[in-house]
Design a protein around this ligand. Structure first.
Ligand SMILES: Cc1cc2nc3c(=O)[nH]c(=O)nc-3n(C[C@H](O)[C@H](O)[C@H](O)COP(=O)(O)OP(=O)(O)OC[C@H]3O[C@@H](n4cnc5c(N)ncnc54)[C@H](O)[C@@H]3O)c2cc1C
Ligand code: SF4
Ligand code: SF4
Length: 838
């Protein structure tokens, strides 16, 4: 049996092993993998998610059993120190020697650290491994405790911006220093860079362009950057993201051919200058290039496996696609093909919308028929489609500018055509090298029934994830072409839409996320399905956000809305805006005691801003002791029922709007729903409470109340529509119970009532039939469901402050009681506000 030794256990090494296993011939070989890092291969592409709470295990590309099950011997924390080509052996730092028949170099690359004076100082990091991220987080905490807050990333490329966003998420003031006069100089032109800069500066990143660093200031630890032009930037830590350098040291020492600027030279079979040694991934120099992306690395792994298995006709593509999308920065950025093309045989078409922060550029051939490349900033929703037009060299529409301006013909058709018109060999997922044909045929031949099946079978979308929208479109179009039902499913973990999932959970009486995903889902769940299931459980069983904290969205997790400087707001319920002077004094005292900025909200209550995470429980304990409750300002749930003073005080008032608003707010408080809910009650048609701008509005008229539903303020205002006229209090409540429960049962995730009604076939007339005339025969059931929720209401802040275990999450630092002392406020009128970025 021949032995394959693989040096390096990164993403490409893992892909090599996976492909070998998938070939069904892995048991013909003895396979041994050496990795210098202390863990199994993990997803470096999604490394930044480590700061969003993903553990090393979550990022792992395989289970711990996978290597054992597939008889692959994995040595972690073991550095290979020498290759002896004559004897065909390798040596590790533990002094062990192993022989090979085939050797695969998958040693990747390391972060390039430019030789700037002072780079060895404390507080200077790179951003490549889980250990790097741990070290950065620890140092960030250290400087924060010392009252410092500035972190700089050297390098404004793809990775630098991702790293800058990550340090910002750690609560630091993030700066980006770039040598070139623009951001992402390899992917963006000046216009795209300007737009990106404007957008991310608004998000709190500070950008310094055309700056060359001459040395790093500070005695032991970094204190600042000195630039060549004489200016400086004070900073408390530095993350270097100035490019990569292939780990070719072993190859050089054993005499393999390497490039002038590094990298092990390989041919189109991935063979190095030694016939028995292959190089793949970021260490391989192919076509005189090191590709710092995972997709070419995966293709190389595939080729190397085929070559070792004797399939010598499978070779590496000539042209490597370098299209990229920037992740996690708070805006969308993508570039593809020849994004910066300036030649005479092409025209650039540019669309710029500064108001919306959108910049789009496409480069088309002079005759307007071919797409050569493009840039998308601020809106990359057309990326996949444009990429296909470019990649498959499809003929462009007559007016290629429509590709970025949108279809102006008014017939609603897509200018990018039907996805099914793409050629069969159009590559959809470049990371996993999956083409359109494989995706569509997996549905057509019955192997797959839905998106989840297709992802499982083909692995499309499991790399960087950028192609997922296109995979979804293809799956849906194929299903439709076969006359099969296309479901608006939640995500790849559940093959149901929200309404179906709601019904299933209810019918089966499921009570926890794990039970649900095990029984009717697949995988581990994601940021889409977890909060959605949490919301459904709350809508069905009055579960509070304290139950299953890990599946809640971030505001629900801390029972507070996070604000722009990382502090939180506190909003106690003041039903219908009515409050006694005594309670007002209590609020004033608490605001003073914790030095909180205080403002009256549009929903007639009082909002405190500037509370630290560790202060939240203390503040809430005091509020609860004085009879306040959570105002659920953070939840997708009922916020307020606004009221005018009505007949209690107003000369025009036809009924007691305050009393009724209080009754409604008390009834529906804490009601979790697909989106936030607001209500209003006005004492007459003068409408001082603006009730028709709410999800439900009640207006006193001659002979009772008029009930309006599905109104909306916000970005797309909509007046609520009349559901019933001149009805009494009890009828308003029973109609509202039915309406709200029907909405909760049937709306899509994050769909406000106005949009839900727009999509409801039959519109308001149908809704009247269901709610008023009980056409579906479910009125009683809906009312009963609401009654259960009303009876089981608990104030979740009260629940939290009374439970030691639940309180643990309100610490700024995990494993430490330290406070976040990094917050800087400046005076504002007679109060304070967060310091602006400088
Ligand atoms: C933060 C971040 C975000 C990224 N985002 C994207 C993205 O969005 N899209 C994209 O396409 N790419 C992205 N990349 C790049 C992508 O992660 C790399 O292209 C890919 O991981 C390269 O895989 P590799 O296996 O070649 O190398 P590596 O992942 O570097 O793995 C090589 C492994 O070999 C080990 N090793 C080296 N020498 C030895 C030795 N002598 N003995 C034993 N072990 C050794 C190393 O310790 C390392 O674990 C990103 C990278 C980072 C760091
Ligand atoms: S809506 Fe009518 S009752 Fe209410 S305050 Fe205005 S005028 Fe008075
Ligand atoms: S309108 Fe709302 S979201 Fe916009 S700035 Fe004001 S508070 Fe923030």
């Amino acid at each position: 049996m021949k032995t394959i030794l693989i040096i390096g256990n990164g993403m490409v090494s893992y892909k090599f092993c996976e492909k070998l296993v998938a070939s069904g011939k892995s048991d013909h070989f003895k396979i041994i993998v050496f990795g210098e890092e202390p863990r199994r291969a993990y997803d470096r592409v999604h490394l930044s998610e480590f700061y969003a709470g993903k553990s090393a295990d979550d990022l792992s590309l395989s289970s711990s059993e996978w290597y054992v099950e597939n008889k692959i011997e994995l040595h972690t924390s073991e550095l290979v120190t020498e290759i002896n080509r004559a004897q065909k052996t390798i040596q590790t730092h533990r002094g062990q020697q192993f022989s090979y028949d085939y050797l695969v170099l998958a040693t990747g690359s390391s972060a390039f650290v430019p030789p700037i004076e002072g780079v060895e100082k404390e507080g200077v990091f790179v951003y490549r491994t889980i250990e790097d991220l741990e070290a950065i987080a620890t140092y960030a905490k250290k400087i924060q405790l010392a009252g410092k807050s500035s972190a700089t990333v050297l390098g404004g490329g793809l990775l630098g911006l991702e790293a800058a966003n990550a340090v910002k998420e750690l609560g630091l003031d993030a700066h980006v220093v770039e040598f070139a006069p623009r951001l992402m100089p390899r992917q963006l032109d000046q216009g795209g860079s300007d737009m990106l800069q404007e957008t991310i500066e608004k998000l709190g990143l500070q950008i310094h362009l055309s700056k060359q660093t001459s040395f790093i200031q500070g005695t032991n630890a970094i204190e600042g950057l000195q630039y060549v032009d004489g200016s400086e930037l004070k900073t408390d830590m530095l993350v270097i993201s100035a490019g990569i350098r292939p780990r070719d040291e072993l190859a050089k020492e054993c005499g393999l051919e390497t490039g002038l600027r590094g990298g092990v030279i390989v041919d189109h079979t991935m063979k190095t200058s030694d016939n028995d040694i292959y190089a793949i991934g970021e260490v391989a120099l192919y076509n005189n290039m090191i590709y710092g992306l995972v997709a070419p690395g995966y293709e190389m792994a595939d080729i190397a496996v085929s070559q070792i298995l004797g399939e010598s006709d499978k070779v590496m593509s000539e042209a490597i696609d370098m299209s990229t999308q920037l992740k996690l920065i708070g805006t969308e950025v993508a570039s593809f093909g020849d994004a910066l093309y300036e030649g005479e045989d092409a025209d650039a078409i540019v669309y710029e919308n500064k108001r919306k922060g959108i910049y789009k550029r496409i480069n088309v051939s002079k005759d307007g028929t071919l797409l050569l490349g493009g840039i998308l900033v601020g809106d990359s929703s057309d990326y996949n489609a444009l990429f296909q037009l470019y990649n498959t060299a499809m003929k462009l529409p007559e007016d290629p500018e429509d590709l970025i301006l949108g279809n102006r013909s008014g017939d609603g058709s897509s200018l990018l055509g039907n996805v099914l018109d793409l050629p069969e060999d159009a590559q959809i997922c470049s990371c996993e090298n999956v083409n359109k044909g494989s995706i569509c045929s997996s549905i057509e031949n019955g192997s797959c029934q839905n998106l989840g099946d297709v992802i499982d079978l083909t692995r499309a979308g499991t790399g960087c994830g950028g192609c997922k929208p296109m995979v979804k479109d293809l799956v849906e179009a194929t299903l439709k072409s076969l006359g099969k039902e296309v479901k608006d499913t939640i995500c790849e973990h559940f093959e149901y839409n929200r309404q179906e999932l709601y019904s299933l959970i209810k019918v089966k009486n499921y009570r926890s996320f794990d039970t649900i995903i095990d029984a009717i889902g697949q995988g581990d769940g994601c940021e889409t399905c977890k909060p959605l299931v949490a919301s459904i459980l709350a809508s069905l069983y009055a579960d509070t956000a304290n139950e299953e904290v890990v599946i809640q969205d971030s505001n629900d997790r801390f029972l507070a809305n996070i604000q722009r400087n990382g502090t939180y707001s506190v909003v106690p319920r003041i039903a219908a805006g009515e409050i006694t002077p005594e309670k007002l004094i209590v609020l004033g005292e608490i605001g003073k005691k914790y030095n909180l900025y205080t403002k009256i909200t549009g929903g007639q209550r009082i909002d405190f801003f500037g509370a630290r995470l560790d202060q939240l429980p203390m503040i809430w304990k005091e509020l609860i002791a004085h009879g306040f409750e959570s105002g659920h300002a953070y939840g997708k749930s009922l916020r307020t029922v606004k009221s005018c003073v009505g007949s209690t005080w107003c000369r025009y008032g036809m009924d007691e709007s305050v009393s009724f608003a209080i009754e409604l707010e008390e009834r529906y408080k804490g009601l979790r729903s697909p989106h936030k809910l607001k209500g209003g009650v006005s004492g007459c048609i003068r409408e001082c409470a603006e009730a028709r701008g709410k999800d439900f509005g009640v207006i006193a008229v001659e002979g009772g109340w008029n009930l309006y539903v599905c109104g909306n303020g916000g970005a797309t205002p909509k007046h609520a529509l009349l559901l019933a006229e001149q009805i009494d209090n009890a009828t308003v409540i029973s109609y509202l119970d039915r309406f709200l429960m029907f909405y909760i049962r049937t709306a899509a995730p994050l769909e406000r009532t106005a949009k839900w009604l727009d999509k409801l076939e039959g519109g308001i007339d149908y809704l009247k039939q269901v709610v008023v005339e009980d056409s579906l025969g479910i009125a009683l059931e809906l009312e009963e469901e609401m009654k259960t929720l009303v009876n089981n209401f608990q104030c979740e802040w009260k629940q939290a402050v009374e439970d030691e275990e639940m309180m643990k999450r309100f610490k700024h630092f995990v494993n430490s009681d330290d406070k976040d002392d990094n917050l800087v406020f400046v005076p504002l009128r007679d109060q304070k506000m967060p310091q602006h970025w400088q």
